[in-house]
Ligand binder design. Structure first.
Ligand code: ADP
Ligand code: MG
Length: 394
């Protein structure tokens, strides 16, 4: 090998070494870049996973039930609420709606779902689901290429709304009754006076006089009814001293008609001095409710006992007045006794509002008093005693 050849080879080796070094550097750089890209990707994946977890948690925490259907009406997701509400344990995910929830197929719900699925719109509605006997509030929205159904049981809320409407109606009727009886009172008094004039005028024969007397008595009854309804709804703004026995009697006269047709007797035992500083209208409301409830509890014939008695609060030793309303009706279950004073609790689906005792307890508390209940459902000696205590300040 000559010198020239040697020199050429050496320079070639040097070049190759140089190339190798450059290559190495590039490879290193490329691998570093790849590593960085991988890290970014991993970070993104973690973030996505966290987001997905967050969304799952939000949906799980929602008080609404959530069901997601794909475009083929196949259930792809249910949250815990929906599982509890809809499934009896079997897995619904993967089933088509027809198999998963057959009871919804022939209902109005399907109309909304089809509309939302086809037109990709959100719909809000409330519907009664007859097979379950429940009202549902539903939001159906496009989710992915299918729909998401978000729903909750609206039965209780609707019942409450209805009860409030009913009490408002009753209050309106009360106001109307009050103004009507007010209007009737004046001409009524004139008629009573005129009848008196007829009765006592000297030229009148015996028969006419008897008719006039009968008419006067009937008018007295009308007058009594009118003043009772008028009194019933008049709200005074000042507490005043009133006899509890009189309050009870004015309430009893309101129920007289119902008591007579139902053959319910009233037995009284009143303290001579049963005066109390109170809002008479409020008291009438309390005892109208207690007596009304007693009357409702009596099937067929029965007795209502009314009692006023001076006594002491055994807990505090405070002097006061105790008023008892008792009946020998059907009594109530332990279940009922526990919920008695809750608003909207009623066992009378057709006629009850469930507000009577709730309001009554509030009124009694405003008078610094308390109310206690004893009740029995035992055959032959069933009945209920409501005992109300009001402190009397000297
Ligand atoms: P409402 O009379 O509208 O049902 P209330 O608050 O007055 O509402 O009473 C609540 C419930 O308490 C009644 O539905 C009934 O079940 C029960 N209750 C109240 N008083 C009596 C009673 N004297 N005897 C039996 N149950 C009673
Ligand atoms: Mg009641």
């Amino acid at each position: 090998m000559d010198d020239v050849e040697q020199e050429r080879l050496r320079s070639e080796i040097a070049t190759l070494r140089l190339l190798l070094e450059v290559n190495e550097a590039t490879a290193l750089e490329q691998s570093r870049r790849a590593e960085r890209a991988l890290q970014t990707m991993q970070r993104e994946i973690t973030e996505r996973e966290q987001q997905a977890k967050l969304i799952r948690e939000i949906i799980a925490a929602s008080t609404d039930s959530v069901v997601v259907l794909d475009s083929e009406w196949r259930v792809t997701f249910l949250n815990e609420q929906a599982k509890q509400e809809l499934s009896s344990g079997e897995e619904l995910v993967g089933q088509v709606l027809m198999e998963a929830l057959p009871s919804v197929m022939d209902t109005n719900f399907m109309g909304y779902y089809r509309h939302a699925m086809k037109n990709r719109v959100t719909l809000l509605f409330e519907e009664f689901h007859a097979p379950r006997g429940k009202w549902y509030g539903v939001n159906v929205s496009p989710v992915g290429d299918g729909i998401g159904i978000f729903f909750h049981d609206a039965t209780e809320r609707r019942r409450r709304d209805a009860a409030i409407q009913k009490t408002e109606k009753l209050a309106a009727v009360g106001r109307l009754a009050s103004s009507i009886s007010h209007e009737i009172n004046n001409p009524l008094e004139s008629v009573v006076n005129l009848l008196y004039l007829i009765e006592s005028s000297p030229g009148v024969d015996g028969e006419t006089k008897m008719y006039a007397e009968l008419a006067t008595r009937e008018m007295a009854r009308v007058s009594h009814i009118v003043t009772q309804t008028l009194k019933f709804h008049r709200q005074s703004t000042h507490a005043a001293e009133c006899k509890m026995s009189e309050v009870l009697e004015s309430v009893v006269s309101l129920f007289q008609g119902r008591m007579a047709t139902r053959k319910v007797r009233v037995k009284r035992r009143y303290e001579e001095h049963d005066e109390l500083m109170c809002f008479a209208g409020d008291m009438r409301q309390v005892f109208a409710n207690l007596i009304g409830n007693a009357l409702d509890a009596i099937m067929g014939e029965g007795t209502i006992w009314l009692r006023t008695r001076r006594s002491r609060d055994w807990k505090t030793g405070r002097r006061g007045l105790r008023v008892c309303v008792a009946d020998n009706g059907g009594g109530m279950s332990e279940e009922t006794r526990k919920s008695l004073f809750e608003p909207f609790f009623t066992t009378k689906p057709a006629t009850g509002t469930g507000l009577g005792l709730w309001v009554s307890e509030e009124i009694i508390r405003n008078h610094e008093g308390w109310v206690r209940v004893r009740s029995s459902e035992r055959m032959g000696c069933s009945g209920t005693v409501f005992s109300v205590f009001f402190p009397v300040t000297d």
